[in-house]
Design a protein around this ligand. Structure first.
Ligand code: 6R9
Length: 636
């Protein structure tokens, strides 16, 4: 495997320049370092109007040959995955590249034996155990499309996602450990399966010994199926533009968006960015604490690290169990060199006494990463000073489910860092800031602020929204002509460094989870006593943001604490506990524009207790409502 790593800031600048001048030649050279069964004949075809993006057309490959087979000769005995269980007294698991190759091939035959073929969609609802990695790679091995649903989502969220992409199979575990709790995943699945007629088979991995009710003919145990399956499985020949996976992300209408990633470009983008941002050396131990249910886990626990032949850590538990020193305990125990986590985790750990950090030897650490939301100055310094001891570059990596790979980030040890700045675009990434008139803000040495867009395709961009190409066009390519719109705002300083300021649409990021306010409003509106609701985010010192719901009740219904609880429960059941509003205010009306749109800007300011400058309310249909809402607002 050839190394893709840039080694100096001069290297970076040279590569960046080349990638802009001749993107095709640049990515051609990167892509050549991978294993292809047949070389592509067209590097790029694109049109942001249609929109259509195709990379490496005519190329044939299988991503698992790049993540597994090609390492066997030189890295067969190297540890691919280190698994750390929820309970520190349970044994860790070390899986070498060769063992992983065998397990993936074996399980791929289980999929085949159960009727799964290339192109079929398979839903994975699993805890953070190696079998999740095995199942996803097994899908990729035979060309089936995995759709991983985060194992904290509710049954109706699972059902919606299964039906949206018509999954034929569901893979799950009977139970999952999460801190001191045990959650019954199979029960959640059974409830979801009442509404998913398309699912023919359910494969259940036994994580615990508890008895698990199984439905005859439909449900099968992982272990039993393995007994019946052959061990060897040739990799399916895939076109570069064949689908690799679908991953759902929140949208600003109620329906989640099934982002589609394809094999070739995604592999090239995640691997190139992984190697350059993190700058791993041969024996390093890399740990990304994300859940594989999110894009960060897909790209930077599994595909990027494995395609690079790295040792990647999977952690089943939570940062606070058995105590707030757990992360540092693991770093110390397995000598983690690269640690990648989210600002919300950093903030929650920073609130604890420092001895949780200081009791552990963190001298193995070389690089620290951050992802998921803007990292505030205080959290950045706490991380840098107490975890990195001032010796580890902090890479603040900005990207999205839709971008597949890191887009703006320092390269560790190479790009000068600056607290709260994601700094500079990776080679191949062409960001632009747009003003309120929809024009590009010129690249001068003036500091500027605007909406962040990208003006040229990169290999790992999502190709469409599953089953809804029009929505893909509307959401990402209609705000600015000929540009991909990220939904984020950003500031650019005099030296071209970017700082992401946050979402400018109706997505709120709570503890690193993207939540569409529309989906939460739809859930609240399901309550029989609710007429209408509006949900906004407000700043929270650990979670980044919290949710505030304004709710209008039917006449004659009295607001009560019980009703508040029922509303929270309904959200929890429909979307999962992470979407539960922290505050609910019953109101008699919502501020609306003359065209009937809720003025969220005002509601956001009231929720944030920042009402000195509410802006112009004169265009409202019902300006009097603002004073009423302000008078009864809930502030701590
Ligand atoms: C990878 C991931 C995407 C949204 C994105 C932005 C926010 C992610 C960030 C960041 C500031 C960073 N975001 N990384 N904001 N600095 N380093 O998180 O994907 O779950 O799709 O979220 O997260 O708002 O638009 P996803």
């Amino acid at each position: 495997m050839e190394n893709l790593q840039l080694r100096s800031f001069a290297d970076y600048k040279k590569a960046y320049k080349k990638s802009i001048k001749d993107p095709e030649a640049f990515w051609d050279e990167v892509a050549t370092t991978f294993t292809w069964q047949q070389k592509w004949d067209k590097t790029l075809e694109w049109d942001f109007k249609t929109p259509e993006v195709k990379w490496f057309q005519g190329g044939k490959l299988n991503i698992t040959e790049n993540c597994l087979d090609r390492h066997l000769e030189t890295l067969g005995n190297k540890t691919a995955i280190i698994w750390e269980p929820n309970d520190p007294d349970e044994e860790s698991r070390y899986i070498t590249y060769r063992q992983l190759f065998v397990k993936v091939s074996h399980f791929a035959n289980v999929l085949k034996n159960n009727g799964i073929k290339k192109g079929d969609r398979v839903c994975l609802y699993m805890p953070m155990i190696p079998e999740l990695a095995i199942a996803m790679l097994a899908c990729a091995r035979i060309g089936a499309v995995h759709s991983i649903v985060f194992a904290g989502f509710s049954s109706s969220a699972i059902a919606r996602r299964i039906n949206d992409s018509d999954c034929k199979m569901l893979i799950t575990a009977n139970e999952v450990y999460r801190g001191s709790k045990k959650v019954n995943l199979k029960e959640m699945c059974d409830k979801a399966l009442e509404e998913t007629p398309g699912v023919e088979t359910v494969i259940v991995y036994r994580r615990t010994v508890e008895p698990t009710p199984m439905k005859e003919g439909r449900d099968k145990f992982w272990f039993d199926e393995l007994q019946k399956a052959e061990k060897e499985c040739p990799a399916e020949v895939m076109d570069a533009e064949d689908m690799l996976f679908i991953l759902y992300t929140s949208g600003s209408t109620g329906k989640p968006k099934g982002m589609v990633h394809t094999v070739g470009g995604y592999m090239v983008g995640t691997t190139y960015s992984f190697q350059n941002v993190f700058q791993l050396e041969k024996d390093d131990v890399y740990w990304c604490t994300a859940d594989i249910g999110w894009i960060t886990g897909h790209s930077y626990i599994i595909y990027g690290p494995l395609a690079s032949g790295a040792t990647t850590v999977m952690f089943e538990g939570i940062p606070s169990y058995p105590d707030y020193g757990r992360f540092w305990d693991i770093v110390d125990k397995i000598k983690v060199t690269h640690f990648y986590t989210a600002p919300t985790a950093i903030r929650s750990l920073a609130k604890q006494p420092l001895n949780f950090v200081e009791n552990h030897d963190l001298s193995s650490l070389k690089v620290l990463g951050s992802v998921g939301e803007p990292i505030n100055e205080e959290a950045w310094h706490w991380y840098n000073d107490n975890v990195g001891k001032g010796n580890c570059p902090v890479v603040d990596t900005w990207w999205q489910t839709e971008t597949g790979a890191i887009m703006i980030s320092p390269l560790a040890g190479i790009t000068p860092t600056r607290p709260t700045f994601a700094t500079l675009p990776l080679p191949g990434v062409q960001p632009v800031l747009m003003n309120n008139e929809g024009e590009e803000i010129p690249n001068t040495t003036e500091p500027v602020e605007g909406r962040l867009a990208i003006k040229f395709p990169w290999p790992s961009i999502a190709r469409t929204i599953y089953g809804d190409h029009q929505r893909y066009k509307d959401v990402y390519f209609s705000t600015f002509e000929n540009k991909y719109f990220t939904g984020d705002g950003a500031y650019r300083d005099a030296t071209g460094n970017y700082r992401i300021t946050g979402r400018v649409d109706d997505i709120v990021i709570v503890s690193g989870h993207n939540l569409g306010t529309a989906a939460i409003e739809n859930a609240i509106d399901e309550h029989e006593h609710v007429v209408e609701s509006a949900v906004v985010g407000f700043p929270h010192d650990v979670k980044g943001n919290s949710l505030y719901a304004y709710v209008i009740l039917y006449d004659k219904v009295e607001p009560s604490e019980e009703l508040e609880k029922e509303i929270k429960d309904i959200v929890s059941q429909t979307l999962g506990p992470i979407a539960k509003p922290e505050k609910i205010q019953f109101v008699s009306g919502l501020p609306k524009t003359r065209s009937g749109k809720i003025m969220r800007r005002i509601l956001r300011k009231i929720a944030s207790n920042d009402t000195d400058n509410l802006g112009d309310t004169s265009t409202l249909l019902n300006p009097e409502i603002v004073d009423e809402i302000m008078a009864e607002a809930k502030h701590d």
